[in-house]
Design a protein. Structure first.
Length: 168
């Protein structure tokens, strides 16, 4: 079997470079040490705040990852805030806490009531997890900028949750 080195790709390899394809490369330029310092500081601050600093740490991590990701020569930008994450968490807590209280109540019951209750609560959790997945992705995309353009996700969280529920 003979291998030929003819063609435009062969000349680029012989010259020691790759052919240029502008705007198609993705590069991450972050340093481990810099991330480690931010994470260490964040985890140490989570102790005295009883975990409340978690939202600020998440924002710090996202900003680090986004700012160090280069696509086509331009960096991503994360514009979300920790307060927005905290408000989202409190909203989710208000939705999921009654369901978990229902699980707690059902644990003291027996028989058919328990089976039906657990089944209904599990189906509701499965449906709501699809809603939460969509909303989380929509939040991250709407707070991501590249070359000044904000990402977006069309559709509705409810529509996604319904499709995910019946698809699975």
């Amino acid at each position: 079997m003979t291998v030929t080195t003819e063609g435009p790709w062969a000349r680029a390899e012989q010259q020691g470079s790759r052919p240029e394809r502008p705007g198609t490369f993705v590069q991450f330029s972050g340093k481990r040490g810099e991330l480690f310092g931010r994470l260490l500081r964040g985890y140490l601050l989570m102790l005295p705040t009883l975990g409340l600093y978690r939202f600020w740490l998440t924002t710090t991590k996202r900003r680090f990852y986004w700012q160090n990701t280069v696509i086509g020569g331009d960096r991503l930008e994360y514009t979300g805030s920790a307060v927005q994450l905290l408000v989202g968490f409190l909203f989710a807590l208000g939705v999921f806490l009654p369901i978990y209280l229902c699980f707690f109540y059902l644990s003291f019951q027996s028989g058919l009531v328990t089976s039906i209750g657990y089944g209904a609560a599990a189906l509701l959790l499965w449906f709501l997890s699809g809603y939460a997945i969509y909303r989380g992705r929509d939040f991250r995309l709407s707070r991501t900028l590249w070359r000044g353009v904000r990402f977006d996700q069309t559709g509705s969280a409810m529509g996604y949750a319904v499709r995910r529920f019946f698809w699975s």
